[in-house]
Design a protein around this ligand. Structure first.
Ligand SMILES: C[S@@+](CC[C@H](N)C(=O)[O-])C[C@H]1O[C@@H](n2cnc3c(N)ncnc32)[C@H](O)[C@@H]1O
Length: 247
């Protein structure tokens, strides 16, 4: 085979690693999400989302990087038409199982957050939690999310500035990584260190970029005290920022 043909596409390589990592995590991650859906945090999240979603009836909502379906299930149970997408097929499987157990209806599809298979101006809201820190191209993702939003639609993104954090299983850190093998934890940190988003100061970087796309943006630097009420779920101590952006 010619040398050029044997070259590895670096984006495809890291995307493959990201996908494998989340496939591996899916079952344990899903267990925590089921606990979260039953915890007092669920009502707090719903309140926060409802404060920032457009008013007036059932909405078309896209939950990007839905994982085991936490946001999608929460909002589908309120009567919204929700599509949850995730790159990991095992997470999509978990989300479907959790939806059936919750007795509500949402659609779950395997899809890349940076390349959406939806028409322009389709959704009233695009929402996401704990996804953007693990994307290869957050700028492209934000462009795509803007494209599929209706004029006046909202983008709600909840995430943390993970770039300078080293995830660990020790001390006061959350139970999120407690069941993870040392190898997979090292892989998580290694992936994070390779991503450009880890070099940015967030959420300042996000706000600036979203404004450059024409969004009007509000930001809360830490909503963790509002939504991480249940101590049993022990989250990382790292602040959880919220971006509320209107197209
Ligand atoms: C930390 S989990 C968050 C899941 C969910 N939003 C929640 O808060 O419970 C990150 C999720 O993003 C997904 N993901 C990572 N990169 C993605 C991409 N490029 N496109 C779609 N999903 C992606 C992973 O498979 C994983 O399910």
């Amino acid at each position: 085979m010619a040398l050029a043909q044997r070259k590895i596409d670096p984006t495809a390589e890291i995307l493959g690693r990201i996908e494998r990592y989340w496939d591996y995590r899916s079952s344990e991650f899903s267990k925590l999400r089921r606990l979260e859906l039953q915890s007092e945090n669920a009502a707090q999240w719903l309140k926060l989302l409802q404060e920032h979603l457009p008013t007036g009836g059932a909405l078309n909502i896209l939950d990007v990087g839905t994982g085991a379906g936490f946001f999608a299930i929460l909002l589908a149970a309120e009567g919204h038409r929700v599509v949850g997408i995730d790159m990991s097929k095992d997470m999509v499987h978990e989300a479907k199982k959790n939806m059936l157990a919750a007795g509500c209806r949402a659609e779950f599809r395997r899809m890349n957050a940076e390349e959406l298979d939806f028409p322009d101006e389709y959704f009233d809201a695009v929402i996401s939690r704990n996804l953007t820190w693990t994307l290869t191209d957050v700028m492209e993702a934000y462009r795509e999310w803007r494209r599929v939003l209706k004029p006046g639609g909202v983008l709600l993104n909840f995430d943390s500035d993970c770039g300078r954090t080293v995830f660990s299983k020790q001390g006061q850190q959350s139970c999120i990584h407690a069941t993870l093998s040392r190898e997979m934890l090292a892989e998580c940190n290694a992936i994070k260190d390779e991503l450009r988003i880890s070099t940015h100061h967030r959420p300042e970087w996000d706000s600036k970029f979203l404004r450059s796309l024409g969004f009007s943006v509000e930001c809360d630097s830490n909503v963790a005290p509002l939504v991480h009420r249940d101590q049993k779920l022990r989250y990382d101590a790292i602040p959880l920022f919220a971006i509320y952006a209107v197209k």
